[in-house]
Ligand binder design. Structure first.
Ligand code: 4FN
Length: 244
């Protein structure tokens, strides 16, 4: 997968996306991420990228020219017929979730545009953006952290990026529920015991306990997730019992 990030602050990505799984994916050439500085595409000698909003009001707006020219530069490097998804990270967008991450992980090319100040001139959005996507409802300083979040979630789903064991987990356990509690050694930590079922060696009991714990925490904390989750008949039985 090829990812191009159009931003005024390329340095903001250097920490988060050069670690662990995403770093390995880039080293293994399964993922190529490049950061392109929008400021280098301004056609004025002061390298100005923002201006006052028409109609008045507070703050500044990123001008259309460097964004569209930067996009054009990136798009020109693609092969003919390649249709990149162009994602503008924006609080007005569709809310990003695992389903959208899975959909985007099947694309060959993704282009992210990160806004700053009050946002970007609407004409740049209208001309080049295919998807407006938000990571959630809070005020942020820029679209860079949202882009990094989305890239992390998408990149780990590219076939081959996760190891054998990790992707098996992904496939068989991602059903839209929260996770059961995890424990590791020692079995008694300063008097705090691990639930005995996990030490029993009875894998049927363990699976059933974990499933029940998953359903319980999801029902308690995020009942909205249960509506979209893939539930078996047994899960529905367990839920009926948990609700009582
Ligand atoms: N944010 C809200 C309402 C009005 C403005 C904002 C806001 C960064 C360029 C956008 C924020 C949140 C999730 C991008 C927020 C996201 C952004 C995101 C973002 C500077 C203009 C701005 C009602 C959501 C609280 C600033 C709500 N996902 N404006 O944050 O880019 O991608």
């Amino acid at each position: 997968m090829n990812i191009r990030v159009l931003t005024l602050f390329p340095e903001m990505f250097q920490g988060p996306l050069n670690m662990s799984i995403i770093k390995r994916a880039q080293e293994k050439k399964m993922l190529d991420i490049q950061y392109i500085d929008i400021r280098e595409f301004t056609d004025n000698k002061h390298k100005k990228v923002d201006d006052y909003p028409y109609g008045g009001g507070a703050g500044m707006v990123m001008t259309a020219q460097p964004i569209i020219d930067c996009y054009q530069h990136v798009a020109n490097q693609l092969q003919e017929g390649d249709k990149p998804r162009v994602i503008y990270c924006s609080p007005k967008g569709r809310v990003f979730d695992q389903k959208l991450a899975q959909e985007l992980s099947k694309e060959k090319h993704l282009i992210f545009i990160c806004g700053h100040y009050e946002g970007i001139d609407q004409r740049a959005i209208d001309e080049v953006v295919t998807d407006e996507v938000s990571i959630g409802d809070y005020v942020l300083t820029g679209g860079e952290l949202p882009a990094a979040v989305m890239i992390d979630a998408v990149a780990r789903l590219i076939p081959g990026v996760l190891g054998q064991a990790e992707s098996y987990q992904e496939e068989s356990f991602y059903c839209g529920l929260l996770e059961y509690p995890h424990y590791t050694r020692p079995s008694n930590f300063r008097g705090l015991e691990v639930p005995s079922v996990l030490l029993s060696g009875n894998h049927k009991d363990i699976d059933r306990w974990r499933r029940e714990k998953s359903l319980e925490i999801t029902l308690k904390r995020r009942p909205d997730l249960l509506e979209k989750a893939t539930l078996s008949d047994e899960d529905k039985q367990i839920l009926k019992y948990l609700k009582k």
